[in-house]
Design a protein around this ligand. Structure first.
Ligand code: ASP
Length: 338
């Protein structure tokens, strides 16, 4: 049987960083040296792999729509050639990029596994080696046919993921959806949690357009008049980080009025929760009624990262506001409960 082929897209991030006078930073043309020191990468049981190094290599704090599109294009251009893909990416915004790719890549029939490290490969205690090797194996095995993140023994759905720790090796969690696989002595896939194979659809890349989207986190005592220009100007959509199941301070008249005006101006108000677990249920409490009356959409159990990525995607598809509102409340890629 011929070996499976995995393409590793190296975009930057801690995994390949080196210390500099300003702190850790990526180093061009150095990743090959780091990989040559990991003997297991030559093991005969590993799929064959090739690395594509991005230029420039980035700390993921600097990754945005342009880079998401570049990753999507890199996968699309090589889609037929490889059995799976590993994307090496900084952890800081990995959940945003991986969520974006989950929408960008439609009809995906192969694994796209994001991973990285909390400690660079050049350091003694790096977690990058295990993350990389397990990700290559998962990408070669072809059991998952969706965009996912592998990190510290857990395989999770990309658009359910969130970075939960800046220092633990277990940097990611999937608070509202079960793990796709757990990796101990064996790799145990959770077959019930994997996305249904998307075979009937053909693979398609939708590149994202720059889109004016805002995110506003509410807090007790918010002086909304100071934020008003932000919400009532030319934003196409706002993700509101609300309390609990989608509640806002309805006794805060400037806030309620601002949201109403903004919705009237055509901004899509998308309601997420500040809670990591559970769902927004508009109408459950009277304190969400103003949102209901403004025609806000409920992001239900979506992460903030997924809600932002999904809005980018839907605007990039060119849909009108009514369609976008319907699709925001429709499960497209396993990002929300049915
Ligand atoms: N600042 C780094 C990045 O996101 C952190 C990491 O990779 O862990 O690129």
């Amino acid at each position: 049987m011929s070996k499976k082929k995995v393409c590793i897209l190296y975009t930057g991030g801690t995994i390949g960083m080196v210390p500099t006078e300003f702190g850790y930073a990526p180093k061009k043309d150095y990743f090959g040296v780091l990989l040559s020191e990991i003997h297991q990468l030559q093991h005969e049981d590993l799929p064959s792999w090739e690395v594509v190094e991005f230029d420039p290599l980035l700390d993921s704090a600097n990754v945005a729509v342009t880079e998401w599109n570049a990753i999507g294009e890199a996968i699309s251009a090589r889609y037929k050639e490889y059995d799976g893909f590993v994307v090496l990416h900084g952890t800081d915004t990995m959940s945003y990029t991986a969520s974006a790719l989950s929408f960008m890549l439609e009809g995906l029939d192969k694994p796209v596994v994001f991973t990285g490290a909390q400690i660079p490969l050049c350091e003694l205690r790096s977690d990058g080696r295990d993350n990389l090797i397990n990700s290559i194996i998962i990408a070669g095995e072809g059991m998952v046919r969706e965009v996912c993140i592998y990190f510290a023994g857990k395989l999770i759905r990309a658009n359910r993921s969130t970075k939960i720790s800046s220092e633990d090796l277990t940097a990611f969690d999937s608070p509202n959806y079960p793990e796709l696989a757990s990796v101990g002595i064996d790799i145990k896939y959770n077959k019930n949690a994997l996305a249904m194979p998307s075979r009937p659809k053909t693979f398609r890349l939708t590149k994202f357009a720059q889109t004016p989207i805002g995110v506003l986190k509410l807090f007790p005592g918010i002086q909304f008049n100071l934020f008003e220009p932000m919400i009532s100007s030319n934003l196409r959509a706002v993700v509101l980080e609300t309390f609990g199941s989608g509640n806002i301070p309805t006794n805060n008249i400037p806030l309620v009025e601002g949201i109403r005006k903004s919705a009237e101006n055509g901004t899509i108000i998308s309601v997420c929760s500040q809670c990591h677990m559970g769902s927004t249920i508009l109408g459950a409490y009277a304190t969400s009624n103003d949102l209901v009356e403004s025609g806000a959409v409920s992001c239900r159990d979506m992460t903030i990262e997924a809600a932002i990525a999904k809005l980018y995607y839907l605007f990039s598809c060119g849909y009108d506001n009514e369609r976008i509102k319907v699709l925001m409340e429709t499960n497209l890629r396993g990002e929300m409960e049915e």
